[in-house]
Ligand binder design. Structure first.
Ligand code: FES
Length: 287
């Protein structure tokens, strides 16, 4: 199970738990909309709330304000009008209207709902590239023959950047695999069945701290502008703080002759001890 799949499952689980919590809260609130039980809500509580809402001005008197319609003002008896053993009269929440507690409950529910929505959207955004077949999936770069024609021009090699795969395509002689850093991972080169020259897909991300590594035409390699790590045309470590060769992706050629870069399978190799390309072949781009 890949880390991304595990993360997706945790995300879905959290979303389900959150949704269940929201449903449970909503159901509870629905139950609470029925008549209040004895002792839970009575006219004394009503009076206390209304006093806090500054309706206390009407205490002991019948409402008669011109500004407020008589039917909208609650008549609250003065404290002396309560008898100690006066029976409590149950009223429903509907009769009482929106209480402060109800308001805050709804506000908390709304904030919680917004949080869940945001979380779900963030999760969707995170996984969207995978859903639509972007980086992290197998990407077709084009036909092997046309790619080779772009990368190899006689004795000149020009790495071809494939944006969707965040990878540089470089040539690699299949016969150099034995004894190289890639001997144990031959799936990093493909397309060399006919002429012995295959292609590799080097991840553009520097293995030191992740900067994008551009190619350098003059030195015929890759040089990181951040801290100066240098790699030859095969992405083999040459110098600088990078701990290993450039990472690369598993590649293959499908039945239609297309070069497929599996950006979900990253292959790491340790610093090369034997090199498959001469480097540098000219001035460096990064000092
Ligand atoms: S990020 Fe490339 S050398 Fe530091």
């Amino acid at each position: 199970m890949t880390g991304a799949l595990l993360f997706a499952m945790i995300l879905i689980l959290l979303a389900l738990i959150s949704a269940a919590a929201v449903v449970a809260i909503a159901a509870r609130r629905q139950d609470a909309d029925g008549p209040a039980t004895a002792g839970e809500f009575d006219r004394r509580a009503q009076k206390a709330d209304q006093e806090r809402k500054k309706v206390a001005a009407t205490v002991g008197t019948a409402p008669a304000s011109d500004a407020v319609p008589a039917e909208d003002v609650v008549y609250v008896p003065a404290p002396h009008e309560f008898e100690e053993d006066e029976p409590r009269v149950e009223i429903s929440y509907d009769d009482y209207g929106v209480t402060r507690r109800k308001f805050f409950n709804r506000a908390i529910g709304a904030v919680f709902g917004l949080f869940i929505l945001q979380f779900a959207l963030a999760g969707l955004a995170f996984f969207w590239p995978k859903l639509k077949g972007g980086f992290g999936t197998a990407i077709k770069a084009g036909s092997v023959s046309s790619l080779k024609a772009q990368v190899i021009d006689g004795a000149t090699v020009t790495p071809l950047f494939v944006p969707a795969a965040q990878a540089w395509l470089v040539p690699f002689e299949v016969s150099r695999l034995p004894g190289s850093s890639f001997e144990a991972t031959p799936n990093v080169v493909a397309g060399g069945e006919s002429d012995g020259i295959g292609l590799m897909a080097l991840w553009q991300k520097c293995v030191h701290l992740g900067c994008r590594v551009p190619d350098c035409v003059s030195s015929q390699g890759f040089e990181c502008p951040c801290h100066g790590s240098k790699y030859n045309i095969s992405g083999e470590y040459s110098s600088g703080p990078a701990p290993r060769n450039l990472d690369r992706f598993a590649v293959a050629v499908d039945d239609a002759g297309d070069f497929v870069i599996d950006t979900g399978t990253v292959v790491q190799t340790s610093r090369a001890t034997t090199f498959t390309a001469v480097y540098p072949q000219g001035p460096f781009c990064v000092g």
